[in-house]
Design a protein around this ligand. Structure first.
Ligand SMILES: [Fe+2]
Length: 455
């Protein structure tokens, strides 16, 4: 457990540090000078079991600071320390009375009394943490949801958990409690990728998200960055829904809206460089890749003079679905069957990986009667020299639309690996010249190359 001490007298830091060292050696004490630092520390270095706030602090009003802290982290044990006069002047009685876990320690410091006040606060924190937050749950009743989905909301009507062990979960977000974007970023910094919710709630969450994103896309205006972010949120939730539940009418509707938005974005841009470098890529994950691949694919078809709603629908659906069944994000950059990263997977995982184009192609058939989409998806890991998978067909056997999608797929993967910069755009295209300037790949590749040279 960590404790935070907010005080602008550094001599007092040493005093508290000595006390913690001698009496609470398992706890880490973090000391900060002012309120702003405290709020940042709570966000980025948390969680903190308790907070000690020195009431003489010049930069902030201690009660207001305590209120901001509770707004941000939720109420937690907080000990105001100060001379009786300072406490009387600066700690609002109403705030003190409202929160059971807020206590006061009157200076001057005396080791024994201070230790026992800190001890009480720690007990409070422990009790809180263990009694109400850590729970043993039946894992079968809970399903993971990618953390990023939670950026869509600022509160959810059910409890959300982080997995500690296979059967132990800790409550991360309480039902109906407001959370902020930075709370979610905080989980991300702790490398937490999934939050868990009860099965029924999980389904409700996904369905609500689908509706919400569909509506946002239907109303979205000319802000193309925002539109791309909404599409990414949409693909994220679609992938999860398709894996856990399957196809529904609302899934089809959202898919159509995303495809339409991709084509609007492709139409809006006048160069590939512009399209890619303005894309809001934050994580390089499957959802972001899907949206960028769809948009770039549509842009190239337009530049080749192929542009039609039918082609855009095929490219868009292929982009959304092709990697929907990749179990792990990190597999998205494996592009051929002998890739060294595959050696780290178990035989079952390797099989699941090699099978992902087939599963997605089957899903595409349930989606629409658009001819070829299943083939485009099935073939998205084929390569011009025949060294791809699953079938190992080469540039002369691959159709032009599949070739275009394969090119786009591998181009975006390389960009994700190397970073979305002007120089990677050109370097990757240069490296691709020896691979893709052949057979069905020739026209899409030369279109890409020519567009990049224009700049
Ligand atoms: Fe793939």
């Amino acid at each position: 457990m960590k404790a935070l001490f907010i005080c602008d007298e550094k001599e007092e830091w040493n005093l508290l540090r000595n006390i913690f060292h001698a009496h609470f050696s398992k706890m880490e004490l973090v000391c900060v000078l002012k309120g702003e630092d405290a709020l940042n520390t709570l966000t980025f270095d948390g969680p903190f079991g308790m907070i000690i706030l020195e009431c003489g602090i010049k930069s902030d009003n201690p009660t207001e600071l305590a209120e901001s802290i509770f707004d941000q982290t939720g109420p937690r044990p907080l000990l105001f320390v100060g001379t009786p006069t300072m406490v009387k002047d600066r700690v609002k009685e109403a705030f003190f009375n409202e929160h059971e876990m807020v206590t006061i320690y009157n200076k001057p410091y005396q080791a024994e009394g201070l230790v026992s006040s800190i001890q009480d606060a720690i007990e409070w924190a422990k009790q809180e943490e263990f009694e109400s937050n850590i729970v043993e749950l039946e894992p079968d009743n809970f399903l993971p949801l990618k953390l990023r989905n939670f950026y869509l909301y600022d509160s959810v009507p059910f409890d959300v958990y982080v997995e500690l062990t296979k059967t132990k979960f800790i409550k991360a977000i309480a039902a109906n409690k407001k959370y902020t974007q930075s709370n979610i970023q905080d989980f991300q910094k702790r490398n937490i990728k999934y939050l868990y919710l009860e099965k029924n709630e999980h389904l409700n969450f996904l369905e609500n998200s689908i509706k919400k994103i569909s509506m946002a896309l239907a109303q979205s205006s000319g802000d193309f960055k925002k539109k791309s972010q909404t599409m990414v949120a949409g693909v994220l939730v679609l992938h999860q829904y398709l894996r856990d539940v399957g196809i529904s009418e609302s899934v089809k509707e959202l898919t159509d809206r995303i495809i339409k938005a991709m084509s609007d974005v492709a139409e809006y841009h006048t160069s590939i460089e512009d399209l890619i470098l303005t894309f809001p890529m934050e994580h390089g994950d499957l959802a972001e890749q899907a949206v960028l691949k769809g948009t770039l694919g549509m842009y190239i078809t337009k530049a080749m003079g192929w542009r039609s709603d039918l082609t855009n629908n095929k490219i868009g659906l292929a982009a959304i679905l092709h990697d929907a069944f990749l179990e792990r994000e990190e597999w998205s950059t494996i592009t051929y069957e002998d890739h060294p990263d595959l050696d780290y997977l178990s035989p079952e995982q390797k099989e699941a990986f090699l099978f992902h184009p087939k599963r997605a192609a089957e899903m595409a058939n349930q989606f629409s009667h658009l001819a070829e989409v299943d083939f485009i998806i099935l073939e998205h890991h084929e390569l011009p020299d025949g060294n791809g998978f699953p079938r190992g067909i080469n540039a002369s056997k691959i159709t032009k639309i599949s070739a275009l999608f394969i090119l786009v797929n591998n181009y975006i993967i390389q960009l994700v690996i190397n970073g979305l910069t002007s120089s990677s755009l050109k370097n990757i295209s240069l490296a691709f010249a020896t691979i893709y300037n052949v057979g069905s790949f020739k026209e899409p590749f030369q279109t890409l190359q020519k567009d990049l040279k224009r700049r």
